[in-house]
Design a protein around this ligand. Structure first.
Ligand code: PGA
Ligand code: ZN
Length: 433
């Protein structure tokens, strides 16, 4: 039974405040700290995301989270105290009810996300269950309904950072590398880590030592001009590590195109001073796929509200490539219903803090997966060392996960958790091959 919750202001990996929540529970006649969890925070956020509550005063340039932390103690704690842990849906619905707004404007999406995470982690800890197993019971609506075997998601590692996550001219935000089909998780992790080190060497040799400084998600942040340059360095690194692009190693991109879309002219500034219309962007992506057939996934290739061109892009290249909606969908089931009906894309980027509770994110995932679309679970560019998203990805059977490069602790923690889950699944004959 939940005794009380406590929120506190802590820092994220970018040095900005976020919210951490402690859950105290009555367990075997004593009050124990059952779990402690925290919310991540994005930089290239979609306009329809759950609202992070920030203090807006002098502290931390207005980014303080003392109000959000206080809301955990004064609003969420009294609403949840006395409840049992068995149904996360019931607990999350209580959060939704006391907040009363679609985008968590009252308690703050940072407070609600950290609370939802901490409640799930508490339930798993007190029930002596693996977190992914507890979450699977919740996702499938009962432990009897969950699968007997689980698979690990394909990891997409963001090894070269641009856009808002780096300080250079490169407009496309993320260049990711993923292991090819059928490669076991530990081998995939090793392959990409080898490629990452080769890329660092190549960038140093060709662009100077400062090119191997890293961006927000642990990928290198060289000051390149074009996506083409980034892709050719990455392909060179894959080969230098002894692999073949498109075989052991494929490439994914997140353009985060809303960040370089000019609303007034309706043009995309894909490179500094190079402007393209929506139709020209579609041709651009199509040509890029032809030149670089190792590309298997493109996220937010267009502005979050440019629906007309999303539909055209999906029709043109959706059969060859995963077309992922991040800012487009913001993990919001209402938007996803429209996206499915309108054929906007074929995959969802799932970020719990875009909607504010695990239960609502599950609803979004279910809509996509039941219709045969794909789900990629995602970290944020501002993270903590919490690894709940690894468990979420395994629990729901997500096809992929992206959680940064093979460097920086807050990114690695998620991959480490996946290694732990992999080992557990093997030991218990629960690994689906
Ligand atoms: P964000 O970036 O966390 O800054 O939004 C991640 C993404 O765009 O996928
Ligand atoms: Zn994105």
């Amino acid at each position: 039974v939940i005794e009380r919750l406590h929120g506190r202001e802590v820092l994220d990996s970018r040095g900005n405040p976020t919210v951490e929540v402690d859950v105290y529970a009555k367990y075997l006649g004593r009050v124990v700290l059952a779990a402690r969890s925290s919310a991540p925070s994005g930089a290239s956020t979609g306009s329809n995301e759950a609202r992070e509550l920030r203090d807006g005063d002098k502290r931390y340039g207005g980014k303080g989270t003392q109000k959000a932390a206080h809301n955990v103690d004064t609003i969420l704690s009294p609403a949840l105290a006395g409840k049992g842990f068995c149904s996360l849906k019931e607990l999350d619905e209580k959060i939704i009810e006391v907040d009363g707004t679609e985008l968590k404007e009252k308690v703050g999406g940072n407070a609600s996300t950290a609370t939802s995470f901490a409640l799930a982690e508490s339930a798993a800890a007190l029930g002596e269950k693996q977190l992914f197993e507890y979450l699977a019971c919740q996702y499938y609506g009962g432990c009897d309904a969950k699968p007997k075997k689980f698979k690990l998601p394909t990891p997409f590692f963001n090894i070269l950072n641009g856009g808002k996550h780096a300080g250079g001219k490169l407009k496309v935000q993320e260049f990711m590398v993923c292991p090819g089909v059928g490669i076991a998780f530990p081998d995939g992790l090793r392959i990409v880590a080898e490629v990452y080190q080769k890329l660092g060497g190549i960038l140093t040799a060709k662009c100077g030592v400062s090119a191997r400084n890293v961006g927000d998600e642990g990928g290198f942040a060289p000051n390149l001009d074009t996506p083409e340059q980034a892709l050719s360095f990455i392909e060179e690194a894959i080969k230098a590590a002894g692999y073949t692009p498109g075989k052991e190693c494929c490439i994914g991109m997140d353009a985060a195109a809303s960040e370089f879309y000019h609303k007034d002219t309706k043009k995309y500034e894909i490179e500094e001073g190079v402007f393209k219309t929506g139709d020209e962007m579609i041709t651009y992506w199509e040509e890029l796929l032809k030149k670089h057939p190792a590309i298997c996934s493109i996220e937010d290739g267009l502005d979050e509200k440019d629906y007309e061109h999303w539909v055209k892009l999906e029709a043109r290249i959706g059969s060859k490539c995963q077309i992922v909606g991040d800012d487009l969908l913001t993990t919001n089931w209402r938007t996803i219903e429209k996206a499915i009906a309108g054929k906007w894309c074929n995959a969802l980027l799932l970020k719990v803090n875009q909607i504010g509770t695990i239960t609502e994110a599950f609803r979004a995932a279910r809509l996509m997966l039941e219709k045969g679309y794909k789900v990629m679970v995602s970290h944020r560019s501002g993270e903590t060392c919490n690894s709940v998203i690894a468990d979420i990805a395994v629990a729901i059977g997500a096809q992929s996960i992206k959680t940064g490069s093979t460097a920086r602790g807050e990114r690695i923690q998620k991959y480490t958790r996946l290694l732990q889950i992999y080992e557990y699944l093997k030991e218990h004959d629960m690994l689906e091959c």
